[in-house]
Design a binder for this molecule. Structure first.
Ligand code: APR
Length: 255
């Protein structure tokens, strides 16, 4: 690659256009433009404001009331506005509609890729749902958050009175086996993997970037541990790169 981002993007677009199979692996950076802060990097929530250890699965079992109280504060910080899909979500959904992308494998739990129309594999679950640790029933998270705001700490299952937890993968928990198996299949079969808006620091999700032997393209402001195995690295704003990639793949409809 000659280092000129524009010619690199043209070359990547050619590879995406020629690919039989392509997949995107996304992280919090894709939702930053929707008003949801990232975890790491500039303005990341992990650090002065929130300690990731407070959200470990062991804490959720040891101190469910404290866990839910901190979880509510984290949710209110991350989801201050009601987030909508942004140009990056829409570009990936259109790439798929035009036959140039098979799916989005995401670490994000905001549900925005699915709302934009992408076939989505949610590796880390979905924060719009909560699940009972007793009977496994899942319900909408919004009314449960209201109950915790009114002091129901921890919120309990309406069916079995067991403690509820957000339907997301907490630190210390395994990824949902079916989702990870599906994601690994997409990654292994892909001729091109677009790793977008992720620090690629949390395993096993990050390892999907090199699960196959296809071309890896990283689009991320900050360096990642996978950059040295990537054929393309764009240190640029993904909300610019993805729509431009879409246009160059020649799949954008007019207007
Ligand atoms: N364009 C390009 N890159 C961006 C943009 C942007 N507009 N905005 C943010 N980024 C990059 C940042 O440089 C950062 O490296 O997005 C990356 C987001 O990284 P993280 O905050 O670490 O998010 P992610 O990789 O998804 O975290 C993985 O960690 O805390 C856990 O479960 C949580 O799923 C999350 C996992």
């Amino acid at each position: 690659m000659d280092g000129d981002p524009r010619s690199a993007l043209a070359s990547l677009a050619e590879e995406v256009r020629a690919a039989d199979r392509a997949v995107a692996l996304t992280g919090a950076g894709v939702s930053a433009a929707s008003g949801i802060p990232t975890f790491r990097g500039d303005d990341g929530v992990w650090g002065d404001q929130f300690d990731p250890a407070a959200f470990h699965v062991d804490r959720s079992r040891r101190d469910p009331a404290g866990f839910w109280s901190d979880r509510l504060e984290l949710h209110e910080t991350m989801y201050a506005a009601d987030p909508e899909p942004n140009d990056a979500h829409r570009a990936l959904a259109r790439l798929e509609r035009e036959g140039s992308l098979d799916a989005v494998v995401t670490q994000n739990t905001d549900g925005l890729h699915a709302r934009a129309g992408s076939t989505t594999v949610e590796l880390h679950g979905n924060a719009r749902r909560v699940v009972c640790t007793g009977c496994g029933e899942t319900v909408d998270a919004a009314p449960v958050r209201e109950r915790t705001r009114s002091g129901e700490l921890p919120p309990r299952c309406g069916a079995c009175d067991g403690p509820l937890k957000p339907d997301v993968v907490l630190f210390g928990e395994r990824l949902p086996p079916a989702a990870f198996a599906e994601a690994r299949e997409f990654a292994r079969e892909a001729d091109v993997v677009l790793a977008v808006g992720s620090s690629l620091t949390v395993e096993p999700a990050a390892s999907l970037a090199t699960a196959g032997d296809g071309t890896l393209a990283v689009v991320n402001f900050d360096p990642t541990p996978y950059d040295d195995r990537a054929e393309y690295v764009f240190r640029e704003d993904l909300t610019d790169v993805l729509p431009e990639l879409l246009a160059r793949v020649g799949t954008a409809e007019d207007g």
